[in-house]
Design a protein around this ligand. Structure first.
Ligand code: NAI
Length: 251
């Protein structure tokens, strides 16, 4: 797999899965734009890219600030990417949040915030880059969903709805943009060890582990490898799909 000459964007690349994806795409040769919600948020990611490539990818790695839930912020970021990168070939919508709670007590605000970041945010970023991706002729959209978008999850009605919506959005984009050579897919991780899952109790974690046939939690690198594949020429005939990467948890 080789992404030399490709320009990629990864949202929410300051840590966790987003950082691992940014490192993997840079390692495969892409010019990578990483976004975070605050200035300096991607410093550690740029350092990690440098370390993973012996400094080779440092000059083609860029950090930008973007709140995907904010239209003006997305538009400004898109302008900066196309001005510096000259276009876009690969878009990875990774930014996401949780605000868990039982449905009967879930506030409208918590619902709106999660859907506003995870689904509306992905919509805004996809729309901002649809034309450059179409111009690329071999554009790639990878949206980071979740297994709970397929299964639902008690305590995560807002999050599961946002991730299920992402699948519908992605399939529609896959159909609309196929004629321009753009593929659009979802990667649906299971339980991945990142800040998002670090706060779960040991009881919850050990109960989850029992449900994973491969008997380990996933790493951000496991997801990054799958994203790298989807962005490569090897996945050129693969579109509109949801690839579940969960150690067999939901098979
Ligand atoms: P994380 O909490 O470590 O990272 C989330 C990233 O999104 C951070 O960089 C954060 O700054 C960014 N972000 C949050 N709100 C944003 C906004 N409004 N605008 C721009 N960026 C924003 O979480 P993790 O685990 O790395 O999650 C990455 C993606 O993977 C998310 O979409 C998450 O829903 C998904 N996922 C994670 C799983 C896990 O077990 N960790 C399982 C299934 C899906």
């Amino acid at each position: 797999m080789n992404l030399t000459g490709k320009v990629a964007l990864v949202t929410g690349a300051s840590r966790g899965i987003g950082r691992a994806v940014a490192v993997e795409l840079a390692r495969l040769g892409a010019t990578v734009f990483c976004t975070s919600t605050r200035e300096g948020g991607c410093d550690a990611t740029l350092t990690a890219i440098g370390e993973a490539t012996n400094g080779e990818a440092t000059s083609r790695s860029h950090a930008l600030v973007c709140d995907v839930a904010d239209q003006a912020s997305v538009d400004a970021m898109a302008k900066a990417v196309t001005a510096t990168g000259g276009g876009l070939d690969i878009l990875v919508n990774n930014a996401g949040i949780t605000k868990d709670g039982l449905f009967l007590r879930m506030s409208t605000e918590d619902f709106d915030q999660v859907v506003g970041t995870n689904l509306r945010g992905a919509f805004l970023v996809c729309r901002a880059f649809a034309r450059p991706l179409a111009k690329s002729k071999a554009g790639r959209i990878v949206n980071i969903g979740s297994v709970v978008g397929l299964t639902g999850n008690a305590g995560q009605a807002n999050y599961a709805a946002s991730k299920a919506g992402l699948i519908g959005l992605t399939k529609s984009l896959a159909q609309e943009l196929a004629g321009r050579g753009v593929t659009a897919n979802v990667v649906a991780p299971g339980f991945i060890e990142t800040d998002m899952t670090a706060g779960l109790s040991e009881d919850v974690k050990s109960a989850m582990l029992k449900q994973i046939p491969l008997a380990r939690f996933g790493s951000a690198g496991d997801i990054a490898k799958t994203v790298g594949f989807l962005c490569s020429d090897a996945a050129g005939y693969l579109t509109g799909q949801t690839l579940v990467v969960d150690g067999g948890m939901t098979m």
